[in-house]
Ligand binder design. Structure first.
Ligand SMILES: [Ca+2]
Ligand SMILES: [Ca+2]
Length: 190
């Protein structure tokens, strides 16, 4: 699957002067390329132009050849998310991968909204970001804080869609109960 994704990525970017990057990716030591290569994530048709859209999550580069969690190049573990439709890349700090999902066109402006949950090597705590594409730029509506290992898809954190309002389930710490409890968090897509 990784191999197929990689070739898709290579094919898609053949037009865009990224061959040098791809070649250097393929010559990395095995330990570096085993888990955090570029991953292609099909998103369906985001912009309703009948052409399927794909996100490419470009993982961080790693220091040296020894596996050392946290040792990313220049001390930074960052990801870039590129889009086949030519939308600007999105950048996240302190991440090595990401889940991305098309959740449909909530505000009916012709462009589907997406959820993005950057991931780390270990741990399940994560932020589920809400994005939309408005006026030729990504618009960030915020995020819900939750256990991202707890569900198969990010869409399962949606508790409601009412008009332009998207509600995600968030885990909030309760001082009295000394435990987390679930609480809806609303995002108004406009
Ligand atoms: Ca499209
Ligand atoms: Ca929309």
């Amino acid at each position: 699957m990784k191999t197929v994704s990689y070739f898709l990525f290579a094919l898609t970017l053949t037009c865009c002067n990224s061959q040098k990057t791809l070649l250097s990716e393929s010559t990395k030591p095995a330990v570096q390329s085993s888990e955090f290569d570029t991953e292609a994530i099909p998103l369906g048709d985001l912009n309703n132009d009948k052409i399927p859209d794909t996100a490419f999550v470009v993982g961080p580069k790693f220091l040296g050849q020894e596996e050392a969690y946290g040792d990313c190049n220049n001390g930074k573990c960052n990801i870039n998310i590129l889009f086949s439709g030519g939308q600007p890349a999105l950048h996240f700090e302190n991440a090595v991968g990401a889940q991305i999902e098309n959740i449909g066109d909530i505000d009916k402006d012709g462009y589907a909204e997406i959820l993005i949950a950057p991931s780390w090597w270990v741990g399940c705590h994560g932020y589920i970001h809400v994005y939309s594409y408005k006026n030729d730029a990504w618009k960030h509506y915020g995020y819900a804080d939750n256990n991202v290992c707890g569900r198969d898809t990010l869409a399962e954190f949606i508790t409601g869609i009412d008009g332009n309002t998207l509600t995600l389930e968030e885990l909030v710490w309760d001082e009295q109960l000394e435990d987390y409890h679930e609480k809806p968090k609303a995002f108004i897509i406009e």
